[in-house]
Design a protein around this ligand. Sequence first.
Ligand SMILES: Nc1ncnc2c1ncn2[C@@H]1O[C@H](COP(=O)(O)OP(=O)(O)OP(=O)(O)O)[C@@H](O)[C@H]1O
Length: 230
Amino acid sequence: MIQIQQLRKTYTGKTVIQIEDLQINAGETIGVIGNNGAGKTTLFRMILDLIRADQGQVLLKEKSVAEDQEWKNYTASYLDEGFLIGYLSPEEYFDFIASLQGMSKKQLTDSLQQYTEIFNGEILDTGKFIRDFSKGNQNKIGICSALMQKPELLILDEPFANLDPSTQIRLKAHLKSLNATGLTLLISSHDLNHVTDVCDRIILFEKGRIIRDLQKDEHTLRELENYFAL
Ligand SMILES: Nc1ncnc2c1ncn2[C@@H]1O[C@H](COP(=O)(O)OP(=O)(O)OP(=O)(O)O)[C@@H](O)[C@H]1O
């Protein structure tokens, strides 16, 4: 599904991404972790062709994201509130996303029903614009707008950040249920418990490089805790 080849990005002489070779198969759930500034968001932005590489390339289904548009048909993402439109209500924003997807009103209504628990009565019918929601509730709007696109590839940057514990638990359950349907999931998180709970493979970054690539087993959480404790 994803191939990353000799990918490099440098800002003012500092290399922030340097990945020789990374392969992610369809249906894998990948947790990308690393301390602040490790390069997680930059990598996601490069996969989504929001940042161009200085060298190397990202291939989705064997086509370069920089040269071919097809990936946009099966990829959804939410990285930050820059993905939202602050002057719309959540309903207007979901309508907009649904229209891009060619969804009918009924499909949209049915789709939003699935997120009732995640919304927790705080998102729909509030009469507020997105700009006036709390950061956590803005996250819910962005994440659910990505989920409702039913992508083959879903990329979420720190999806659990700013969410209350109930929503974190509900979102984890939802992501796990999607995994069972064959979704390829790429998430970053600073929460080692969440990331090892949801993901089957953990990629650990340091200064833009992959320093561990772990298939999850019963030792993974302890190994990661030991790494970050040092
Ligand atoms: N536009 C930019 N100009 C200069 N440096 C940048 C730019 N964007 C990112 N960087 C640098 O690239 C490095 C990686 O940043 P990135 O945001 O990808 O890290 P991250 O792992 O997502 O961090 P965090 O956990 O804090 O979100 C950092 O040193 C950051 O300062």
